[in-house]
Design a protein around this ligand. Structure first.
Ligand SMILES: Nc1ncnc2c1ncn2[C@@H]1O[C@H](COP(=O)(O)OP(=O)(O)O)[C@@H](O)[C@H]1O
Ligand SMILES: N[C@@H](CC(=O)OP(=O)(O)O)C(=O)O
Length: 397
């Protein structure tokens, strides 16, 4: 008998029929002799509509508004955890819903994008030892000040992953609306192939490069703590994709999957070349991650950041302009990255040139390329995004 953490995403708990279906999946796992800890997301669309409502009422630019923002957007998971616990009780399973602060899941104070710093497993172990299935709200925790915090969009996967680590779980099952990890997003590439077993490093690289199917911090936790992840559908009975830590091909190059990230922000700035270092320092100070920089030795630089930081960036750029560190800036959200993930990509010198040639022949202009041991990324215009994914998928698989 082991502990299985089952995480149910928004589509799996989108209405009462689906919550009843999820309760059956919990029951089946319990009947196979395991203990279960369930982690739930809000009903599909619920968090986004709460975010929109908050933004309609507030500019969300200070700590007091961000405290309320997190309190509001954490509410979707509170509803689904209680509803699932009720349904489990109705089918004869002892269950108890727990909000992040009740576990407790302690996080940093970074409202809207907090990180988990500690999970005390005492209460969860106590419930499990009494035969009670905990149903935990994903996506949220509590800061040292006692405020509700949230972990960033898609963060319920990370809740489930860190809970798996803290309970030494045998496996963490991520139930979603696809039956596993595919060679590309099956909504974009209809003939994408399902991957039965994926190396955890590759899965981490894939999620970091934009594959929405799993929160990258959940893959990182599985990599760090060494537990198995399984990604599967709550709508079918199929096996899904399981992670492994071994590598197959020694040094041979392999290609595992292709993904893209449309949530990028292109920032063009005009400045004196010697000021770039101060501009860069400001991004670091304000905790705005930079994906790529080019041209910085000249007086027209391009910075690629995350779209989620657009407001922060604009405030920061405006301050830099007022302080005369730059003369002009503009932001555009019309770029995206397309990434090929696979071991040993760097060992295949020819691949990058063949791909550049392929994209050139198909009239795609590449803004920049980035190559590492495990991935190869191209920044392109948004309008070319799907075309590039399809071309690369056809070429690679
Ligand atoms: N390589 C991939 N394999 C499978 N699904 C992918 C991949 N890349 C992106 N996706 C998308 O991820 C979606 C599942 O993630 P998400 O909508 O966040 O689920 P949930 O709400 O269950 O957490 C799928 O519907 C699919 O379109
Ligand atoms: N409800 C949150 C957390 C989450 O992880 O959701 P989902 O599992 O549906 O991606 C969100 O929308 O971001």
């Amino acid at each position: 008998m082991g502990i299985i953490v089952q995480k149910f995403g928004g589509t799996s708990v989108a209405d009462l029929t689906r919550i009843k279906n999820v309760a059956k999946l919990v029951k089946a796992e319990l009947e196979s002799g395991n203990q279960v800890v369930a982690v739930v997301s809000a009903m599909a669309g619920a968090t986004n509509s709460l975010i929109t409502q908050c933004a309609e009422l507030s500019r969300l630019d200070g700590i007091t508004s961000l405290q309320e923002y997190d309190a509001a957007i954490a509410s979707g998971e509170i509803v689904t955890s209680a509803l699932l616990a009720l349904q489990l009780q109705s089918i004869g399973i002892k269950a108890r819903s727990l909000q992040g602060w009740q576990v407790p899941i302690e996080t940093t104070k970074a409202h809207g994008n907090a990180q988990i710093v500690n999970i005390n497993p005492h209460k969860l172990n106590e419930l499990l030892s009494q035969g009670i299935t905990p149903v935990i709200t994903g996506f949220q925790g509590v800061s040292i000040d006692g405020d509700i915090t949230t972990l960033g969009k898609g963060g319920s996967d990370t809740t489930a992953a860190i809970i798996s680590a803290s309970l030494n779980a045998e496996r963490c099952d991520i139930y979603t609306d696809v039956d596993g990890i595919y060679t590309a997003d099956p909504r974009v590439v209809h003939n994408a192939k399902k991957i039965d077993i994926i190396n955890i490093e590759e899965l981490y690289a894939l999620c970091n490069a934009g594959a929405k199917v799993l929160h990258p911090r959940a893959a990182l936790a599985a990599k760090r703590y060494g537990f198995k992840l399984r990604i599967l559908s709550s709508f079918t009975n199929l096996d899904g994709t399981t992670t492994k830590s071994e590598i197959n091909n020694m040094e041979n190059r392999q290609i595992t999957a292709i993904t893209s990230n449309k949530n990028l922000l292109k920032i063009e700035i005009e400045h004196k070349a010697q000021n770039f270092v101060h501009i860069f320092e400001e991004f670091t100070k304000e905790l705005v991650p930079i994906e790529q920089i080019f041209n910085f030795e000249k007086d027209n630089s391009i910075i690629i950041a995350n779209l989620i930081d657009k407001n922060k960036c604009e405030k920061l750029l405006n301050n830099l302009k007022n302080n005369l560190l730059l003369t002009k800036y503009s932001t555009e959200a019309n770029i995206s990255s397309v990434t090929i993930v696979g071991y040993g990509i760097k060992n295949d010198n020819g691949l990058v040139w063949k791909i550049i040639e392929l994209l050139n022949n198909n009239n795609v202009s590449i803004l920049s390329t980035d190559l590492s041991d495990i991935k190869m990324s191209f920044i392109v215009n948004d309008r070319d995004n799907e075309k590039v994914i399809k071309l690369l998928h056809e070429y690679c698989f």
